[in-house]
Structure formats: structure tokens, C-alpha cells
Write a protein that binds this ligand. Structure first.
Ligand code: AMP
Length: 565
């Protein structure tokens, strides 16, 4: 039986060393010696997952529940816990610091199996009030500060040990003498790294079958500025398609069961019962990649229509009528028993089109093959005229590489680029917005850090600001009454006139006239743009007059703390 204390000691040791190889070794040593169930749990919990990646249950434990329980158990002032959380930037280490010293004869006894049992019970209850006693009972069994610290980290799926999924994958490979690529491939098929560790241990990873209902990472596209760039980079032939303005979606179907995942790998089928109904009516088992669009009478509507549907758990008949949606497929990764991932794009699309020809309820995005930049330019203009965002160019013989932005897919957007930025601080506005958090400071990724690049307050509606105000208050790390430093969770697409060099922000750049184009509910921090992309835009020909200093702006709140993501 694996004790939580042993798990904590291993991860503490891994966190204490900087080298990834040393972290990986610590993980490998732990995984080798465990029983299968503990092996699965160790991998999942270290990866910040209470359940298998193929298991859709959630525990529903919030930092508020944990905070209440800890304050109650330790009889401490809320301000003490809040202050320690701000100092550590997380609740786990704060609880560790405040945990009383263990009695000399007290032996840690809480096991990973106990935690798993509590997770099952948590998933089976919906009311926060019913979850509290379960959490209280679990935390109350901790003896040492490190147990308490790690239990809170696991409960909140926020480990911050530097043992990310990549280290765990390499650790599993090292533990059982396999190549990393064998582990990645098995995980792609089976879905859950904990299960992969068990398959690898028994040498049967090669027999892993493809299972539906675990989201695959999406294949991503690189931005290009002109059609000619594509031909400079790779020449030859490209499949071109309109770039639709909706939400990227992965549709899994088997029998009557349907799941729709977004780019953040969250399920959204509750928000789209109309889409689910159509997909369910198409016979067969499949995994398709495509876009959910606002859709009426065979035509796409404005994206704003779709925003009314997102994030809703129950959709009324009126909303379905007022804001209808449809799924348009542009790729097939699995179709009626055949895994198509490794086939060339043209073959995958051939299979998709043949399937849709028999089942016309399934909508497929038209595509064609071109080998001339002038045709791409013309298609781009036609796509824009049709109200689409731009054009996608995909290499005809590329395989589907999940999670990769490898240059096999390119995106040609409007001539003015935008940046997907992460909000790091929100601040009260002025005038009629003085009661709402309506001014946002945002950042781009710089390696593992986030660096601020600008601040904007225009482009969001009053209704969105009201929702964001509630959200930002719930994910605030600290505030001075006016400016709230927030957990970096919300991604916004920012349009601007140009990028300038600036000492105002940690990124070394600023945006001139930034405007919020859209809240990217479909993107997570890992999808945000990088400082390299900012530099690229800064140096591109389109970024004219870049020596101009940005106009005076209100003072910027302090830099965000550095976060893992
Ligand atoms: P961006 O959101 O600018 O990073 O562009 C990538 C996104 O374009 C994808 O995640 C899709 O949501 C979207 N997209 C729209 N049309 C297509 C298409 N035909 N092929 C692939 N992605 C598309």
C-alpha cells in the first residue's frame, strides 16, 4: 500500500532538483516498486488528475471548501491562511506551513487508496455541503505537514512540483526500460498515463487498443502573413479550406454515446444538445475534428451568437431556437474501426467525404488542393468575403500530429494579427464601470513564465464584464481593493495597431491601441501566444512605425508571480 507520506517525499525530492532527468529518475524509482492500482494513482495524482483521463467524473472540490475545512480543523483566523496562501502562491504549501508539528510517536497512515475512495465519494455528491465532511475526514487523517500539503495539492489538482506530464511520461519509460515514443503512442491510444504505466510494466503496451472518449490534443497551425510564405516554406501542394469562426471541437461517437471536447479538452456537449442530436443520428463509431459554428439554414452566423451558448449547462428550447449551432467536420481521426491518424491528410479527408456522402446529416467543410500562391490569395479574399476568418493551408501528405504546431498546418488570417494573451490582473473601471472589474492587464508566455505586455478595457460588453467581474474575484490571488491579481486562467484575443518596444512591461514590448477582440473561452494558458510571436510581429513588415512610443496609459499593476502551467 502506497502511503501519501511516501508519495509526498518522492515528489518533494523531485521538486528539489532542477534537472528534468533527476526528477524523472525519482518518478521511475517510485513507479517500479508499486502495485498496479497504486501505480495508476501515483501517476494520476502527480499529474494533477483525481481520475483517469478517460473518466469524466470530477470531485468538485474548490479552494473555498478546502480553505473552510483547514481553518476549521486548525482553528486559525481566515486572514492567516489567506496571507500564507499569498506568500506561497498556493494553498497546499500554505497548509503545510501552518500544520502543527506531529507528535513524536504519530505514524503517517493515510494511503493513496484512502484518497481514491474519498474521490469516488466526492464525485458521487453534488452539494458542497456534502463534500465538506469527506474532505474534512481526509485532511484530518494527515499527521505530518508534508502529507497535509500534498493532500491539498492533490485535492486541488495543483501540484507545482515541476513533475509535469512530460517528466511523468519519461519517468514511466525509464521505469520499464521503454522508449519515450512508445509511451507517447500508447497514451495516445489508451488515453490515461496511469493505465499506460501499468501496461508498460507488464510489457503489453503494444497491445493497447484505441479507445474513444478521451480527448486527443488538437493539431495546431502556424500563422503566416502571406500566401507566398507557405510556398517559400514547403513549396508543392496544399489543401486549402476556409478558416471558420467558431469553436474547435473534437467529436467522439460510439453507439448512442456522444462527447464533444474543446481545445482545453473540456466537454461541452451539455451546451450543444442540438449538435449532439445530429451527431447521434449519424450511424457508426468515429472521432472527427472540426468546428462548432453558430448556424441557421445552411449558413454560419456571427460568432457572438455562439457565445450565448457557451458555458451553459442547461439550454432552453428558446435559446436553441434563437442561437442554433452545428458541427462542421474537417478531419477524421478514427472512423468505423479504422485509426486514420497516421494516414496522409488527403486519405483522411477522402474517408470523411465518402462517409458523409452516405450520411448527409454530417456536415463536412469543402476543401481543395492548390499549388499556386495566386489561387491561395484569391481563396483568402473569397473566404473573407464569405465572412470567414481567413484560410487554412494543410500539407497534403501530413499525418495528424496531436498537440503539435509543426508547420504542416498554416493559418492565414486577416492582415492585422492578433495575440492570445492571459489576463494577470483585473482592475475597477471608471464612470459607469467603476463598480466592475473592467480593465485587464494581460501577458504572453516567455518560456515557463508569463510577462505582461499590455492593458485594455475596450471590446467587451457590459454583460461580459459582469460575468468576468465575478470570475476574477473568484480566482483572485490578492487585491489592494482596486487591482486584483488573478490566477492566469482567462485568455483574451487582443487586436492592436502595432507592437512597440517599451520598458513599461516585463515583456519589453507594448501594444499600441489594444482592443479585446474576444474572450477565448476555448483556450487555456498553454494556448496563449509567446514572446517569440510578439518579436516576430514586431519585426514584420506589417508592424509599421514601430519606433513610436505608446500613448500614455494608466499605471500598470505589479508583475504577476510566476506560475506553473
Ligand atoms: P487560432 O485560433 O487563430 O489559433 O487558429 C487555429 C484555430 O482555427 C483552430 O483551433 C480552429 O478552431 C480554427 N479553424 C477554423 N477553421 C479551421 C479549419 N478549416 N481547419 C483547422 N482549424 C480551423
Amino acid at each position: 500500500m502506497l502511503l501519501l507520506a511516501t508519495f509526498a517525499a518522492t515528489l518533494d525530492a523531485a521538486a528539489a532538483v532542477a534537472s528534468k532527468l533527476a526528477k524523472q529518475k525519482a518518478v521511475a524509482e517510485l513507479l517500479r516498486g508499486l502495485e498496479d492500482d497504486d501505480r495508476r494513482r501515483a501517476v494520476r495524482y502527480a499529474n494533477g488528475r483525481p481520475f483517469a483521463a478517460t473518466d469524466e467524473r470530477v470531485t468538485g472540490v474548490s479552494s473555498r471548501i478546502v480553505g473552510d475545512v483547514v481553518r476549521d480543523l486548525l482553528r486559525i483566523d481566515p486572514a492567516v491562511l489567506r496571507e500564507a496562501s499569498i506568500r506561497h502562491g498556493e494553498l497546499g504549501e500554505a497548509v503545510g506551513e501552518l500544520w502543527p508539528a506531529a507528535a513524536p510517536d504519530a505514524e503517517p497512515a493515510l494511503t493513496m487508496a484512502d484518497i481514491a475512495t474519498a474521490f469516488d465519494a466526492l464525485a458521487a455528491t453534488t452539494q458542497p455541503a456534502a463534500k465538506k465532511p469527506i474532505v474534512r475526514d481526509l485532511i484530518g487523517q494527515c499527521v505530518t505537514d508534508r502529507e497535509a500539503c500534498y493532500l491539498v495539492k492533490i485535492l486541488l489538482s495543483d501540484l507545482r512540483t515541476g513533475v509535469r506530464e512530460g517528466v511523468l511520461q519519461a519517468g514511466v519509460a525509464e521505469a520499464f526500460g521503454l522508449e519515450l515514443k512508445e509511451i507517447l503512442r500508447t497514451q495516445l491510444l489508451a488515453g490515461d498515463l496511469g493505465d499506460v504505466a501499468v501496461l508498460a510494466k507488464h510489457g503489453v503496451h503494444g497491445e493497447a487498443a484505441f479507445s474513444l472518449f478521451h480527448p486527443l490534443q488538437f493539431m495546431l497551425a502556424n500563422p503566416i502573413e502571406t500566401a507566398a510564405d507557405a510556398f517559400d516554406e514547403a513549396g508543392g501542394e496544399w489543401v486549402i479550406e476556409d478558416k471558420l469562426d467558431g469553436i474547435r471541437a473534437q467529436v467522439h461517437k460510439q453507439g448512442d454515446r456522444v462527447a464533444i471536447y474543446t481545445r482545453t479538452l473540456d466537454r461541452v456537449d451539455e451546451s450543444f444538445p442540438d449538435v449532439v442530436r445530429v451527431i447521434r443520428s449519424v450511424p457508426g463509431d468515429f472521432l472527427l475534428d472540426g468546428e462548432v459554428l453558430p448556424w441557421r439554414d445552411g449558413r454560419a452566423l456571427a460568432f457572438a451568437v455562439l457565445q450565448k451558448r457557451l458555458g451553459r449547462k442547461t439550454v432552453t428550447a428558446k435559446q436553441l431556437l434563437d442561437h442554433p449551432a452545428a458541427f462542421i467536420a474537417f478531419d477524421a481521426l478514427f472512423l468505423n474501426g479504422e485509426l486514420l491518424l497516421d494516414q496522409p491528410l488527403v486519405e483522411r479527408q477522402k474517408a470523411l467525404n465518402a462517409f458523409a456522402a452516405i450520411h448527409p446529416a454530417l456536415l463536412v467543410l469543402p476543401s481543395r488542393i492548390v499549388s499556386d500562391p495566386a489561387l491561395v490569395e484569391a481563396a483568402f479574399e473569397a473566404a473573407r468575403t464569405a465572412g470567414n476568418e481567413g484560410l487554412m493551408l494543410k500539407q497534403t501528405h501530413s499525418t495528424y500530429t496531436p498537440g503539435r504546431r509543426g508547420g504542416a498546418w498554416l493559418k492565414l488570417k486577416s492582415h492585422l494579427p492578433t495575440l492570445d494573451c492571459v489576463v494577470t490582473a483585473a482592475e475597477y473601471g471608471h464612470g459607469k464601470r467603476r463598480g466592475s472589474l473592467s480593465d485587464y492587464t494581460f501577458a504572453v508566455r516567455d518560456g515557463e513564465k508569463l510577462v505582461n505586455i499590455g492593458k485594455a478595457y475596450s471590446g467587451v460588453t457590459d454583460a461580459e464584464i459582469a460575468e468576468l467581474t465575478t470570475l476574477f474575484k473568484s480566482i483572485a490571488i490578492s487585491d489592494n481593493g482596486r487591482v486584483f491579481q488573478v490566477e492566469p486562467k482567462v485568455v483574451m484575443e487582443i487586436a492592436f495597431d502595432q507592437i512597440t518596444e517599451s520598458t513599461r512591461h516585463a515583456s519589453g514590448y507594448a501594444m499600441r491601441f489594444p482592443r479585446i477582440k474576444r474572450i477565448r473561452i476555448d483556450k487555456g494558458v498553454a494556448d496563449a501566444d509567446t514572446i517569440e510571436r510578439v518579436r516576430e510581429i514586431y519585426e514584420s513588415a506589417g508592424n509599421l512605425g514601430r519606433k513610436v512610443e505608446p500613448p500614455p496609459q494608466p499605471p500598470v499593476p505589479a508583475e504577476p508571480t510566476l506560475f506553473d502551467f
